[in-house]
Design a protein around this ligand. Structure first.
Ligand code: SAH
Length: 446
């Protein structure tokens, strides 16, 4: 029987869904964070259970040919979990994650090779930083892995380089004007989070400061501190409730219009602070291109775009369809969607606020029918009620865009057992170096 603290040398066999290397010690699975398949590694056991073990990686004895030099000096943030893998190997691993999820649900389909990026750095257009008190004073950064302690990370490789200067200025402003950082344990203090968003095509920046309290301390001094930076709009968001959600529901515009615009392909979009917008605009183009191709439109169709956000996919669909109906939960996003349709001179769309599971049922019972349905739900996937309505409505084609292979596989299994045929699955790498995989699936009515 092994014991905690014991040193072992093992062979790593594969990567788990969480990105950890897995090997075997006397037939018992041993998980090692940071170890890659094919590697021989030395580890110290950190957890010993009857049917599994955890080890800390001490030394890579024989490195995998896919191991690359670390590009990050802040690995404690826990964000880029598959960073030790060369990018092509990351893509192959993500394809395998999608395959595994589908196979577990008994689905048989060829998973296409993952469509990756040419340069997988500085790809994010959105960052969320927490604010906390530390021994050095108010700090701004990412959470340390598995905790809410902060890791300052001003030069994150997947974020825009502007953050270096921006965070330095915000830190200075907080410390100079004694802005009270949020204290999570006692639900006290003022500044909780800072969010940024950049329009890659427009170059516009939004900065959102989230406070627990109604007042933003040292407001004039904040705007002065930002002088000279290319920030298009500054928004104060008020979030008085405890909990992990980053943004509250109330916004006050401090400078600019409270929105930024961005262009995807040849369409222009207005984005407000509470609206969802894909975080990797380069790959969004690829993703939407696939969704559009899978929709197979000829110009005569009625299309439902469910979980439509600010109507991005809807507007691309609308140019190839007779009519598009978008449905989305967040009212601000629907306001953006309507503005976006108008801004782009697209007149054959209509947008509804509500839960997809309720709105689609309402429309269906009122006699509405879609020829093609596009769905792009959050990680938890679709509500069963929505899937049942889709089964009843039986559109010719269904395009499922998903950021979570497990919920995708579960929903696809439900749909394929009830009159749909799964024809294709195309993963797209929206989140390089992380464990996240996006995939688009095409189904047709049987
Ligand atoms: N298709 C959009 C948004 C996808 S993200 C795009 O590509 O930009 C998922 C969206 O679903 C978010 O905007 C979220 O607000 C919305 N949402 C979450 N639960 C929902 C529900 N039950 N019904 C409708 N929309 C929902």
């Amino acid at each position: 029987m092994s014991a905690v603290g014991e040193q072992q040398r093992i062979q790593i066999l594969e990567l788990t869904d969480k990105g950890d290397g897995i090997g075997r010690l006397d037939a018992v699975p041993l998980y090692v964070e940071g170890a890659l398949p094919g590697e021989e590694v030395e580890v110290t056991l950190t957890l010993v259970k009857p049917n599994y073990l955890h080890g800390r990686l001490d030394k890579v004895v024989t490195a995998s040919p896919d191991r690359v030099a670390d590009f990050c000096a802040h690995s404690e943030c826990g964000g880029c979990q598959v960073r030790p893998l060369a990018y092509p190997a990351q893509l192959e691993y993500k394809r395998e994650l999608v395959r595994r999820a589908l196979t577990q649900q008994g689905l048989v389909v060829e998973v296409e090779p993952v469509l990756g990026m040419q340069s997988p750095f500085a790809w994010r257009n959105k960052a969320q930083f927490a604010v906390r008190a530390t021994d050095e004073g108010a700090e701004i950064g990412f959470y340390r892995k598995h905790s809410h302690d902060l890791v300052a990370c001003d030069d994150c490789a997947v974020q825009d380089p502007l953050h270096g200067e921006l965070l330095a200025r915000l830190r200075h402003w907080m410390r100079e004007h004694e802005v009270r950082p949020y204290d999570e344990a006692n639900h006290e203090g003022d500044l909780r989070h800072v969010m940024t968003r950049k329009g890659f095509a427009s170059g516009e920046w939004m900065l959102v400061l989230v406070t627990r309290t109604e007042q933003l301390p040292a407001e004039a001094e904040l705007l002065a501190a930002l002088e000279g930076l290319p920030i298009t709009t500054v928004v104060h968001n008020i979030h008085p409730e405890p909990g992990n959600r980053v943004l509250g529901l109330t916004n006050r515009v401090l400078s600019g219009e409270g929105i930024i615009t961005d262009r995807l392909h040849d369409l222009e979009f207005v984005i407000s602070p509470l609206s969802f917008y894909q975080v990797n605009p380069v790959q969004t183009d690829t993703l939407y291109g696939k969704a559009l191709e899978f929709a197979g439109l000829t110009g005569s169709e009625t299309v439902f775009d469910l979980y439509c956000g600010i109507g991005t996919i809807s507007l691309f669909l609308a140019r190839q369809a007779a009519r598009v109906v978008g449905i989305e939960l967040v009212p601000e996003a629907i306001e953006d969607a309507r503005r976006n349709a108008e801004r782009n001179g697209i007149g054959n769309t209509e947008f509804h606020v509500g839960k997809a599971e309720e709105k689609v049922a309402e429309l269906y019972h009122a006699g509405e029918r879609a020829d093609v349905v596009v769905i792009d739900p959050p990680r938890k996937g679709c509500d069963k009620a929505l899937l049942d309505t889709l089964v009843a409505m039986a559109p010719e084609r269904l395009v499922y865009v998903s950021c979570h292979p497990q919920s995708l596989a579960r929903d696809l299994a439900w749909l394929t057992a009830r009159g749909f045929v799964l024809e294709a699955v195309q993963p797209v790498d929206m989140f390089p170096h992380t464990l996240h995989v996006e995939a688009v699936a095409r189904l047709r009515r049987a």
